[in-house]
Design a protein around this ligand. Sequence first.
Ligand SMILES: [Zn+2]
Length: 208
Amino acid sequence: MPEFAHLLQGYKRFRSDGYIKQKGRYDELANEGQAPPVMVISCCDSRVDPATIFDTVPGQVFALRNVANLVPPYETGGGRHGASAAIEFGVTGLNVRHIVVLGHGKCGGISAALTGGDLGEPGPSFIDDWMSIIDEARDAVVASCCEDPQRALEMESVKVSIANLRTFPFIAERERAGQIKLHGAWFAIAEGRLHVLDEATGRFEPQE
Ligand SMILES: [Zn+2]
Protein backbone atom coordinates (compact mmCIF):
# COMPACT_ATOMS: atom_id res chain seq x y z
CA MET A 1 0.00 0.00 0.00
CA PRO A 2 2.18 2.84 -1.25
CA GLU A 3 -0.35 5.64 -0.71
CA PHE A 4 1.05 6.90 2.60
CA ALA A 5 4.58 6.74 1.19
CA HIS A 6 3.36 9.01 -1.62
CA LEU A 7 2.21 11.49 0.99
CA LEU A 8 5.63 11.44 2.65
CA GLN A 9 7.31 11.98 -0.70
CA GLY A 10 5.04 14.98 -1.22
CA TYR A 11 6.00 16.23 2.23
CA LYS A 12 9.69 16.00 1.28
CA ARG A 13 9.01 18.11 -1.82
CA PHE A 14 7.17 20.62 0.36
CA ARG A 15 10.08 20.79 2.81
CA SER A 16 12.65 21.35 0.09
CA ASP A 17 10.59 23.72 -2.06
CA GLY A 18 7.25 25.17 -0.91
CA TYR A 19 8.29 25.55 2.72
CA ILE A 20 11.64 27.16 1.83
CA LYS A 21 9.91 29.64 -0.48
CA GLN A 22 7.30 30.53 2.14
CA LYS A 23 9.48 30.29 5.24
CA GLY A 24 9.03 33.98 6.00
CA ARG A 25 5.28 33.59 5.86
CA TYR A 26 5.30 30.53 8.14
CA ASP A 27 7.57 32.34 10.62
CA GLU A 28 5.21 35.29 10.70
CA LEU A 29 2.11 33.08 11.04
CA ALA A 30 3.77 31.14 13.88
CA ASN A 31 4.86 34.28 15.74
CA GLU A 32 1.86 36.49 15.20
CA GLY A 33 -0.92 33.87 14.84
CA GLN A 34 -3.40 33.51 12.04
CA ALA A 35 -5.76 36.26 10.94
CA PRO A 36 -7.45 34.87 7.83
CA PRO A 37 -9.94 37.33 6.34
CA VAL A 38 -12.04 34.60 4.71
CA MET A 39 -13.74 31.42 5.84
CA VAL A 40 -14.59 28.83 3.18
CA ILE A 41 -17.08 26.03 3.85
CA SER A 42 -16.56 23.31 1.26
CA CYS A 43 -17.11 19.61 0.74
CA CYS A 44 -14.76 16.82 1.87
CA ASP A 45 -14.65 15.79 -1.80
CA SER A 46 -11.03 15.26 -2.89
CA ARG A 47 -11.65 17.21 -6.11
CA VAL A 48 -12.75 20.40 -4.38
CA ASP A 49 -9.79 21.86 -2.53
CA PRO A 50 -10.42 25.55 -1.77
CA ALA A 51 -6.69 26.34 -1.53
CA THR A 52 -6.26 25.00 -5.08
CA ILE A 53 -9.38 26.58 -6.57
CA PHE A 54 -8.75 30.01 -5.06
CA ASP A 55 -4.95 29.69 -5.34
CA THR A 56 -4.43 30.84 -1.77
CA VAL A 57 -1.43 30.77 0.55
CA PRO A 58 -1.23 29.55 4.16
CA GLY A 59 -2.90 31.98 6.55
CA GLN A 60 -5.39 33.31 3.98
CA VAL A 61 -8.38 30.97 4.35
CA PHE A 62 -9.98 29.43 7.42
CA ALA A 63 -11.47 26.22 5.99
CA LEU A 64 -14.30 24.01 7.16
CA ARG A 65 -14.91 20.90 5.10
CA ASN A 66 -17.76 18.50 5.65
CA VAL A 67 -20.06 16.23 3.65
CA ALA A 68 -21.81 18.38 1.01
CA ASN A 69 -20.56 21.70 2.45
CA LEU A 70 -23.59 22.07 4.69
CA VAL A 71 -24.26 24.49 7.53
CA PRO A 72 -26.73 23.21 10.12
CA PRO A 73 -29.19 25.67 11.64
CA TYR A 74 -28.22 27.31 14.94
CA GLU A 75 -28.98 24.66 17.56
CA THR A 76 -28.04 24.83 21.21
CA GLY A 77 -29.23 21.38 22.30
CA GLY A 78 -27.04 18.37 22.90
CA GLY A 79 -24.74 16.91 20.32
CA ARG A 80 -21.22 17.65 19.22
CA HIS A 81 -21.60 20.39 16.72
CA GLY A 82 -18.32 20.31 14.81
CA ALA A 83 -19.47 22.54 11.98
CA SER A 84 -21.01 25.08 14.36
CA ALA A 85 -17.86 25.10 16.51
CA ALA A 86 -15.72 25.93 13.47
CA ILE A 87 -18.17 28.67 12.42
CA GLU A 88 -18.18 30.12 15.93
CA PHE A 89 -14.39 30.18 16.05
CA GLY A 90 -14.04 31.63 12.56
CA VAL A 91 -16.51 34.42 13.24
CA THR A 92 -16.11 35.28 16.93
CA GLY A 93 -12.49 34.17 17.42
CA LEU A 94 -10.86 35.12 14.12
CA ASN A 95 -13.30 37.80 12.98
CA VAL A 96 -13.38 36.61 9.37
CA ARG A 97 -14.92 39.26 7.12
CA HIS A 98 -16.29 36.87 4.50
CA ILE A 99 -17.80 33.39 4.57
CA VAL A 100 -17.97 31.52 1.27
CA VAL A 101 -20.16 28.42 1.00
CA LEU A 102 -18.65 26.45 -1.88
CA GLY A 103 -20.81 23.74 -3.45
CA HIS A 104 -19.69 21.57 -6.33
CA GLY A 105 -20.73 19.32 -9.19
CA LYS A 106 -21.06 15.54 -8.84
CA CYS A 107 -21.38 15.80 -5.04
CA GLY A 108 -21.75 12.36 -3.45
CA GLY A 109 -23.55 13.79 -0.42
CA ILE A 110 -26.14 15.50 -2.61
CA SER A 111 -26.50 12.35 -4.65
CA ALA A 112 -27.12 10.40 -1.41
CA ALA A 113 -29.80 12.92 -0.40
CA LEU A 114 -31.56 12.40 -3.71
CA THR A 115 -31.35 8.62 -3.76
CA GLY A 116 -31.80 7.80 -0.08
CA GLY A 117 -28.08 7.31 0.38
CA ASP A 118 -28.15 3.71 1.53
CA LEU A 119 -24.51 2.57 1.57
CA GLY A 120 -25.54 -0.91 2.64
CA GLU A 121 -24.11 -0.66 6.15
CA PRO A 122 -26.31 -1.87 9.00
CA GLY A 123 -27.36 0.55 11.73
CA PRO A 124 -27.93 4.27 11.76
CA SER A 125 -26.36 6.39 9.05
CA PHE A 126 -24.42 9.50 10.00
CA ILE A 127 -24.74 10.61 6.39
CA ASP A 128 -28.55 10.38 6.41
CA ASP A 129 -28.75 12.34 9.67
CA TRP A 130 -26.38 14.99 8.37
CA MET A 131 -28.07 15.31 4.98
CA SER A 132 -31.46 15.83 6.65
CA ILE A 133 -30.36 19.49 6.84
CA ILE A 134 -31.53 19.76 3.22
CA ASP A 135 -34.64 17.52 3.42
CA GLU A 136 -36.97 20.40 2.57
CA ALA A 137 -34.81 21.63 -0.28
CA ARG A 138 -34.56 18.10 -1.64
CA ASP A 139 -38.33 17.61 -1.52
CA ALA A 140 -38.85 20.92 -3.30
CA VAL A 141 -36.30 20.07 -6.00
CA VAL A 142 -37.76 16.59 -6.52
CA ALA A 143 -41.27 18.04 -6.76
CA SER A 144 -40.50 20.85 -9.19
CA CYS A 145 -37.30 20.26 -11.05
CA CYS A 146 -36.05 19.78 -14.06
CA GLU A 147 -33.58 17.92 -16.20
CA ASP A 148 -30.71 18.04 -13.68
CA PRO A 149 -32.04 17.67 -10.11
CA GLN A 150 -28.53 16.84 -8.86
CA ARG A 151 -27.14 20.21 -9.95
CA ALA A 152 -30.30 22.00 -8.83
CA LEU A 153 -29.97 20.55 -5.33
CA GLU A 154 -26.21 21.23 -5.20
CA MET A 155 -26.98 24.89 -5.83
CA GLU A 156 -30.10 25.00 -3.64
CA SER A 157 -28.18 23.51 -0.72
CA VAL A 158 -25.68 26.39 -0.92
CA LYS A 159 -28.62 28.77 -0.44
CA VAL A 160 -29.90 26.69 2.50
CA SER A 161 -26.47 26.85 4.12
CA ILE A 162 -26.32 30.63 3.69
CA ALA A 163 -29.81 30.94 5.22
CA ASN A 164 -28.68 28.72 8.11
CA LEU A 165 -25.57 30.86 8.66
CA ARG A 166 -27.97 33.77 9.24
CA THR A 167 -29.64 31.83 12.09
CA PHE A 168 -26.44 32.16 14.13
CA PRO A 169 -27.00 35.33 16.21
CA PHE A 170 -23.34 36.37 16.04
CA ILE A 171 -23.45 36.21 12.22
CA ALA A 172 -26.80 37.99 11.81
CA GLU A 173 -25.53 40.74 14.11
CA ARG A 174 -22.28 41.20 12.20
CA GLU A 175 -24.02 41.10 8.84
CA ARG A 176 -26.42 43.86 9.95
CA ALA A 177 -23.45 45.91 11.09
CA GLY A 178 -21.69 45.41 7.75
CA GLN A 179 -18.83 43.52 9.43
CA ILE A 180 -19.26 40.24 7.55
CA LYS A 181 -20.40 39.29 4.06
CA LEU A 182 -21.81 35.90 3.03
CA HIS A 183 -21.20 34.42 -0.42
CA GLY A 184 -22.34 31.34 -2.31
CA ALA A 185 -20.46 29.59 -5.09
CA TRP A 186 -20.53 26.33 -7.01
CA PHE A 187 -17.55 24.66 -8.69
CA ALA A 188 -17.99 22.65 -11.89
CA ILE A 189 -15.38 19.92 -11.64
CA ALA A 190 -15.39 18.90 -15.31
CA GLU A 191 -14.66 22.45 -16.51
CA GLY A 192 -12.75 23.71 -13.48
CA ARG A 193 -15.12 26.66 -13.48
CA LEU A 194 -16.48 28.63 -10.54
CA HIS A 195 -20.05 29.96 -10.54
CA VAL A 196 -20.84 32.70 -8.04
CA LEU A 197 -24.29 33.18 -6.50
CA ASP A 198 -26.02 36.48 -7.14
CA GLU A 199 -28.38 36.64 -4.18
CA ALA A 200 -30.55 39.25 -5.89
CA THR A 201 -31.46 36.89 -8.74
CA GLY A 202 -30.78 33.54 -7.08
CA ARG A 203 -28.63 32.60 -10.09
CA PHE A 204 -25.11 31.21 -10.08
CA GLU A 205 -23.08 33.19 -12.60
CA PRO A 206 -20.11 31.51 -14.30
CA GLN A 207 -16.81 33.32 -13.82
CA GLU A 208 -14.16 33.76 -16.50
ZN1 LIG B 1 -19.48 16.97 -2.22
